[in-house]
Design a protein. Sequence first.
Length: 199
Amino acid sequence: MAGKKIIRVETPLTEDAARALRVGDSVLINGIVLTARDKVHKHLVNKRPNPGDIPFELAGAVLYHAGPLMKEEDGKLEVVAAGPTTSQRMQMYEPFVIRHYGIRGIIGKGGMTGDVIQAMQEAGAVYFHAIGGAGALLAGKIKKIEGVWMLEEFGRAEAMWAFRVEDFPAVVTIDTTGASLHDQVEKLSQKRLEGLLST
């Protein structure tokens, strides 16, 4: 990967832009990202709200699997930390969310598998791996809180926040061809383990 250029990604993400990305690409994301954890995903799947009931445009959106830590000073909220949540928690909901709402990107950690990768191939969506354990650093890339949805119902950590980000760093680890860096690492690790055990 050494020497590869960094790609600037703008949201909302178009299908062409998503399909041009490949596993291993380092990106800087600019624009609006929407946080979405377990409760938002469950609500989107089970309640299927009309687009007019959601204050943000989901078509072309990038969802961030994160539960931000917020603090309030003088009546104003600030993001203190916004590290990625393990994406497997949303695995059962994500295929429907991608297909039904037109999601183009997912930010998280740990990757996703099976039906989610298939949905990404069909819809033209990619997975961006964010740095785990760097919540404060990533919060520094959030320049403005544009709005929030389902705050009273779900609380600050589980609500859907719209954050305007600048140069949010990530790496493409699942692309629209179905290639998954997570699968590649797992297979390589298994092969090396088998080699160690056979010696």
